[in-house]
Design a protein around this ligand. Structure first.
Ligand code: FAD
Length: 617
């Protein structure tokens, strides 16, 4: 394609950028992804893993919209594990460790194979703007590209500064230059910027680890793919090593804490609470009986090992000493030392829930720049920003995901209505409707929406429709199969002996009755594929709660659908306190649902707002 005028330009080839470019191109927009180095598209800056608690839900949702992260994780995954299996299926967390190289290649191949998409190497240093609207971008080599919408996904690169002890290196991540110029433009647009930080551990030579002395963590024996489109995982599955910090490790860190960049006052940015550095762990949580470290191989043919749990910004010689005090690592060779990085982010309250910047029509932001941390959070925002950039470029309205339909909706609502004080990461506890929003039913929730929006391929649509039809026919079959308590008992399935006939679906709603049990009563059900039987079993198990949640969800949806006009003058609302007027003016809520979540908002104030909007409609 290679033209200089596009519908959508995406800046950055990280997890947000890759997903944004793919989404915009799938929507049919002529799209360019412009990134500093083509070879780093899809690079994992930190831990070699995709998914986890809450994060796995986001990957499944991106996949349901036909995004690329799930498929690439299936191609790159080398240790699939379903986390939280001991708890209910609503909070299971699909995760895989990934071979860095295979994952990156999979992302690059997926993008190269995407019609309507150009991949361009270049460093973007400015936005081109005409009056109030974005018109394109300027590159450091003098090239200019025009576009109707631009998505910025600069990750940790905006005025990025690496810290190792008291050494400071301007960089976006190790070995790559920072992004300069764009922060100044964003400030000039009147956007509120802040500084955040994150950190990464040293990388180790696996050939020099004493694996024999360590505990192991194996992969699941039945790896479950992320993507609806993946039939089975073909990569060999590896084990990780497990070790712990010792008293000697803690002493070394404590004695040198004043030399850690994070503790010597050199870093102004706030770090992620849920991925603390080893300095943080020891200072905040003490010695305990040591802090656990997972030794994660970074690839099938790569000896590099990622020691998960000891991210640090201590000087190199202190890292060297403390790492060698850890069992199994006494003779390890350090390939690259750990570091912290500080970078600019934009206050996400500057964004509409479509991820378009309120003050700059046509400009969208996604990923770490919005104050989140993690590949999955970045990918999910990228998907939303890419879809909406394409819709807006085509002259349409943006699409808003709801807290009631997805973790994506929960995250974007949290970010755009509450802002962040520290890097935001996803958890299942953030979703109020988590029994309804499960990883296993992401396709049922979102693929129909993706089909309506136009971002789902024909292949997926056909496969999904086949799956949905099969599922529906199974459900009606389960409703027709009925057994008396005696008939059930004969097969070892115990229910209340009240003489009442129960359907197979009703039997599945009892927590202690599973698919294998009902297959004993009706052996013909054993032929049903495990993907469908598992899905209907989980739905049946939660049916009572889901029915109860349906009422709350309907209430929330109607509040979400009640939109507040842009430029609404909250000061004109008589009867509202000045404090609430100020809060509403600062937050500029998109809908009544968003307004209701503003700190201090009362039911009376909401009723006033609803009444005023109705009167002026
Ligand atoms: P990135 O993956 O950072 O990608 C940004 C992309 O934009 C890059 O391709 C870059 O080349 C490109 N780019 C930037 N500016 C320009 C420009 N001006 N012109 C052209 N291209 C540009 N996450 C966690 O969940 N837990 C952690 O503990 C954690 N630790 C981390 C430690 C470090 C040191 C780093 C660097 C990151 C860490 N992360 C961690 C964060 C994780 O890497 C990010 O959340 C994720 O990569 C964000 O994706 P992104 O797409 O927003 O940005």
């Amino acid at each position: 394609m290679s033209v200089s005028s596009y519908d959508v330009i995406v800046i950055g080839g990280g997890h947000a950028g890759a997903e944004a470019a793919s989404a915009a191109a799938r929507m049919g927009a002529r799209t360019a992804l412009v990134t500093q180095k083509l070879e780093t598209i899809g690079a994992m800056s930190c831990n070699p893993a995709i998914g986890g608690l809450g994060k796995g839900h986001l990957v499944r949702e991106v996949d349901a919209l036909d995004g690329i992260m799930g498929r690439c994780a299936d191609l790159g995954g080398i240790q699939f594990r379903m986390l939280n299996r001991k708890k209910g299926p609503a909070v299971w967390g699909p995760r895989t460790q990934a071979d860095r190289k295979l994952y990156r290649q999979a992302v690059q191949n997926a993008l190269r194979d995407t019609p309507n998409l150009d991949l361009i190497e270049g460093n973007v240093i400015s936005f081109i703007r005409n009056d109030s609207e974005i018109k394109g971008i300027g590159l450091s080599d003098g090239r200019e590209l025009s576009a109707r919408s631009v998505v910025l996904t600069s990750g940790t690169f905006l005025r990025g500064l690496i810290h190792i002890g008291d050494r400071k290196i301007p960089a976006g991540r190790i070995g790559e230059p920072p992004s300069t110029g764009l922060s100044e433009d964003l400030s000039a647009f009147g956007l509120k910027l802040g500084r955040l930080k994150t950190g990464t551990p040293a990388r180790l030579d696996g050939k020099t680890i004493d694996w024999e002395s360590l505990d192991r963590q194996e992969a699941d024996s039945d790896p479950i793919p992320f993507s609806f489109m993946t039939d089975r995982i073909v990569n060999p599955q590896i084990a990780c090593g497990i070790t712990r910090t010792t008293d000697a490790t803690h002493r070394l860190i404590r004695d040198n804490i004043h030399r850690s960049a994070m503790y010597s006052g050199q870093i102004e940015g706030v770090g992620p609470r849920y991925c603390p550095s080893i300095e943080d762990k020891i200072t905040r949580f003490g010695d305990r009986d040591g802090h656990q470290i997972f030794l994660e191989p970074e690839g099938l043919d790569d000896d590099t090992v990622y020691p998960n749990g000891i991210s640090t910004s201590l000087p190199e010689e202190v890292q060297d000493a403390f790492i060698h005090s850890i069992p199994g690592l006494e003779n390890v060779r350090i390939l690259q030392c750990g570091y912290a990085i500080e970078y600019d982010h934009v206050d996400p309250r500057e964004l509409e829930p479509t991820l378009q910047v309120r003050k700059v029509p046509g400009l969208f932001l996604a990923g770490q720049i919005n104050g989140t941390t993690g590949y999955e959070e970045a990918a999910a925002q990228g998907c939303v920003a890419g879809l909406n950039a394409a819709l807006v470029a085509g002259g349409g309205e943006g699409f808003v995901f709801s807290r009631t339909d997805s973790y994506i909706g929960v995250m974007i609502d949290d970010l755009t209505s509450r802002g962040i004080l520290e890097p935001y990461r996803m958890f299942t506890s953030r979703a109020e409707y988590r029994l309804t929003l499960r990883a296993d039913n992401a396709d049922m929730r979102l693929t129909p929406r993706g089909i309506d929006l136009g971002c789902v391929s024909r292949e997926r649509r056909e496969r999904f429709e086949g799956y949905r039809a099969e599922r529906e026919s199974l459900l009606s079959r389960l409703d027709k199969l009925v057994a008396t308590p005696k008939e059930a008992q004969l097969q070892g399935v115990i229910v209340n002996q009240d003489g009442r006939r129960r359907s197979a679906r009703e039997l599945l709603s009892y927590p202690d009755i599973g698919w294998a049990d009902i297959c004993r009563i009706w052996p013909e059900l054993s032929e049903v594929s495990s993907k469908i039987s598992e899905a209907v079993s989980i739905d049946a198990l939660y049916s009572a709660y889901i029915d109860r949640q349906a009422h709350d969800i309907a209430g929330m949806r109607s509040e979400e659908e009640r939109l507040i006009p842009r430029d609404f003058d909250f000061h004109a609302l008589s009867g509202l306190s000045n404090e609430l007027k100020q809060k509403l003016t600062a937050a500029q809520p998109w809908s009544i649902a968003q307004a209701a979540r503003i700190d201090g908002m009362t039911p009376a104030a909401i009723a006033l707002l609803v009444g005023y909007i109705k009167k002026n409609e």
